[in-house]
Ligand binder design. Structure first.
Ligand code: C5P
Length: 212
């Protein structure tokens, strides 16, 4: 039987990762950052020196040559561990361009859906409730003011063009960032991490914690 999927979407630095990890821990579910898959492919584009600006036709030919794998919370591209590269500034700059290309999205989506065949998941991203798992009844959209999101990124010590990524992610033609139909919207601007986790869990009282 396929697993249960809890979808948590929202813009950059809205608290999705920390909240998703906390909810996954509370329920015994597996946490998955779909952004890590997109960042891994952005890293691969730099590794393989694909011509810039990216052309869909070149990327379409490159994608079928790749093998992408999540193992013990680490992510591998063609057997190389990409995990340590995912927060690099050059990856953050490349990722939204890469994520706008449909062949990249198809590759990531098929990997994400495969995970749900055997695991209960808390998955965070931009299109998890709208495109990847539109049928899950458990959808959340986290948001926070732009100022608060920029502060959170700075506190993590990350150099990141949050507003530029949001602009690209919200305006792209394929799977733009939207509030998924039926999602509970939570403004996290004035909430602590634990408060947000509690709000999410309060909407998940009919979810069965994982037995594993
Ligand atoms: O969540 P994170 O900040 O790691 O995501 C990095 C980028 O990956 C996003 O800015 C977006 O361009 C892309 N992404 C996406 N769809 C998702 C998750 C991430 O397009 N479901």
């Amino acid at each position: 039987m396929p697993g249960t999927v809890i979808a948590i979407d929202g813009p950059a630095a809205s608290g999705k990762s920390s909240v998703s990890k906390g909810v996954a821990e509370a329920l015994g579910y597996t946490f998955v950052s779909s952004g890590h898959f997109y960042r891994t492919l952005a890293w691969g584009i730099l590794r393989d020196a694909l011509p810039l600006p990216l052309q869909a036709t070149e990327v379409d030919a490159w994608v079928p040559t790749l093998s992408l794998e999540l193992k013990d919370s680490r992510i591998f591209l063609d057997g190389q561990d990409a995990t340590g590269h995912l927060s690099a500034p050059e990856v953050a700059t490349m990722v939204s361009q890469a994520a706008a290309i449909p062949s990249i999205r198809n590759l990531v989506n098929s990997n994400l859906r495969t995970l749900a065949n055997s695991l209960d998941l808390v998955m965070e991203g931009r299109d998890i409730g709208s495109v990847v798992f539109p049928d899950t009844p458990y959808k959340f959209y986290l948001d926070a003011s732009p100022e608060e999101r920029a502060r959170r990124r700075a506190r993590e010590g990350l150099v990141d063009s949050v507003s530029e990524r949001d602009r690209l992610d919200s305006s792209r033609a394929t799977a733009p960032l939207i509030i998924p139909q039926g999602a509970d919207v939570i403004d996290t601007t004035h909430l602590t991490l634990n408060e947000v986790i509690e709000v999410v869990l309060s909407h998940l009282q009919d979810v069965t914690p994982s037995r594993s």
